[in-house]
Design a protein around this ligand. Sequence first.
Ligand code: GLA
Length: 703
Amino acid sequence: MTTPTPRTWRLDDHDGTAARQTLVLAATGDRLPQCVYWGDPLPPDANLTTLAAAHAIDVTGGMLDENPDLSLCPEAARTFPGQPGLILRTRDGTPILPRFLYVSDDRNGDALDLRYADADHGLRLTFRFATDPSTHIVTARTILDADAPVHLHWLAAPVLPAPQLSDEMIDVSGRWCGEFQLNRTPWSPGIRYRENRTGRTGHEHFPGLLVPCRGATNTRGEAYAFHYGWSGGHRMIAEELPDGRRQIQWGHAARMETHAATRFETATLHATYSRTGLNGCAVAFQRHVRDRIVDWPDRSRPRPVHYNCWEAVYFDHRLPVLKDIASRAADLGAERFVLDDGWFGQRDDDTRSLSDWTVDPRKYPDGLGPLIDHVHGCGMTFGLWFEPEMVNPDSDIHRAHPDWALGAADQTLGRQQKALDMGNPRVRDFIHARMAAILGAHDIDYVKWDHNRVLPMPDADQTRGSYALIDRLRRDFPGVEIESCASGGGRIDFGIMARTHRVWLSDSNDALERLRIQHDAALFLPLAVTGSHVGPRRCHTSGRVLDIRFRAWVAAQRHMGFEMDPRELTEDEARVLRDVTAWWKRNRGWMTGADILRLDSADPAVLAEQQMARDGGRFVVFAGKAATSAQIAPRPLRLTALDPDATYRIELANRADAPALSRGTPLLKDGPVDLPGTWLMHHGIVLPWTYPDSMWVVEGHRL
Ligand code: GLA
């Protein structure tokens, strides 16, 4: 039997000197291609035909005579033994079992399109890949076209293999005030299936997956990572087939497309391979979000220090109080004042008025103008909270247009509210008009865009409608930045990041919880988009009382802001906050462009990261002590990604914070120390003893 010559393609992410990864796709004859290699760059002259043949696994008893391809869209009709990449039906409900054949391929610089068709069923399938030589993210999407409308149950973005030398996968769950929790699941035959059917990205299932190869840690080893950039809820399948092969599928949650159509498209799958541990994946995602996905109104503008009034006043808006708070916030170093929920309709609590986006004349008899003028007078810009997709039954709009709400009339409410039907263009026009009236009348440079409930059912039109509304407002107000909030981190993904500029990572302003959440979120998110606020002395969501030093430094790890009532601050607290904020402003220029590298901490009580300037010339280490250590003295903390032969001057930025119980004389307590990169990476820095719930901040410069 002669095997037809395979069609092959290779994708390399060259960055001028060398690629970081190569992906090889190969197809048997006209069949759909499969990924036969993904990893360290292959030599330029590697024979792809030989690779494709060398990739084929053997056949023994109890197997088919040939192993079905683990293709970019595994086909049920080719006896694929696992989950297929496409499930669809005709209009009358008859299942369609397509078998696609090659049509054409098209290479354009870093992009590759592969086109296939099933003539019998009138279907066309396009795989769209691109590599990015600077961020090292591979993007991929699948597009399905049909001659006649069909019902889509499931469409996977290009399906990629998971490595064999991997014992477990890490995916991300969470909850309100507890976002980005990492779960490790051992590989075994069968499926790890995660699906978010809540209609928004959700706290519960962040669409991300890391697959470390055996022995990989934050700083070393091989790892693969995936993120699906869609805000409507996703499905992930990580499956080990009976023959041992492993496939990773991503797509919209199943059956999210509510009507038959002739075109369906997945969102973009972002994938990367690293041989510098999980950090290699994290840095790829961080750079891609910051440098490729976020559409900054002004990239050169430093991220301003925020003040948000939510936890200071909640719905109790009084102009003199807000002005006083604004003045104090500016004095502490804030540069943008965000007026949160409570300014519109009759919004005295969370039971009413959502969608009545007109200024409450009881609270603001002369409109928002006087407050905005005051804020501007303090040298700050002004931001405003909206929750555009939502409506309270107790609102003028719901009374006038009850049919504008999504879902059944007797549905269970969430925070006393319903979602508006964003698939309805009249609804979008209405919201747009109301928001544009406010944004057009005032000098507002920021919108905090909230989404506080799940949908009554998943519906892709809802997400597309939200995207269309945001896109339209951004065209009309190109200077306005947007923060994506959904009861904290309920809508964080690269689809929403293409339209927004910051995420409200969590409603938890508890610095101890925040330290952990932002440590794990850094696997996907850079400083530039990750909001972090100094909360009240006694945290409103945990009841914990934490020292201002710890609260301030945890906020200074990301895009810094304040959210407490500044009138509660003692003089000492205000001084500390002013100092840390000034430190952040001095450093944000390079930190915004830096890579966040999670450190392998020898002490599980210490959560540590190293923010490394792109040119390698400087770094800052944040070592947060999140619990009491088991051993009595601090274990040295190993740094990463330094030049082993270079010497670095390291210095504690907050030396004065050493408690009296630190009685010894570790060198760093006295001042700067010059040490070789090798020492820092293999011995590690010796920090002074300190209390739990505190942070050491170490600055480093290459000499
Ligand atoms: C959500 C947000 C909070 C705040 C409130 C206002 O819970 O996550 O930050 O804006 O809504 O109602």
